[in-house]
Design a binder for this molecule. Structure first.
Ligand code: FES
Length: 156
């Protein structure tokens, strides 16, 4: 995997401190998250302090620092979903899974991401578990959705 990271970094070898974003995005697309190894390697090859790289990466919500769980839950917090109280859905999911957005449960089963518009505003609020969409979700529905993932992991 480090060979692939090195290859990506070498394609951005002239990157400036203020234009790390495309490099970080490409590595996240490849790995699914920004590993400590990848951050260290960027620092080595581009001669940048890792604190600077973390500083850039943590500024943006889009970056993850842990691998996704077996069930990756995305909750839309775009305007239409926000109006339909997606904040409550985020809080309830965090409570049920005992993680915050951007984190993965210790057993690796679930990870949580809050995203902007998922393109289904007419069905807001919307969440997705892996590729399966759940329109019009209410907080009270979340326990059943999560329990179903645990009970029937092959259906998603
Ligand atoms: S704002 Fe949530 S789907 Fe568009």
């Amino acid at each position: 995997m480090s060979d692939k990271i090195d290859e990506i970094i070498r394609n951005h070898i002239n990157v400036q401190r203020d234009s790390l974003l495309p490099l970080l995005q490409e590595i996240q697309n490849e790995l699914g998250f920004l590993s400590e190894e990848s951050i260290n390697r960027i620092g080595e090859l581009l001669k940048l302090p890792t604190s600077k790289i973390y500083g850039v990466a943590t500024f943006y919500d889009q970056f993850r620092f842990e691998p996704k769980g077996r069930f990756h839950i995305r909750i839309c917090h775009g305007t239409a979903c926000h109006i339909e109280k997606s904040s409550r859905i985020i809080l309830e999911t965090e409570r049920l899974l005992k993680i915050k957005q951007g984190q993965t449960t210790r057993d690796g089963m679930f990870s949580l991401e809050v995203v902007n518009c998922m393109g289904a505003c007419g069905l807001s609020p919307v969440i997705a578990v892996n590729d399966k969409y759940y329109p019009g979700v209410q907080s009270r529905d979340l326990k059943e959705i999560i329990d179903n993932c645990i009970a029937k992991p092959r259906e998603l």
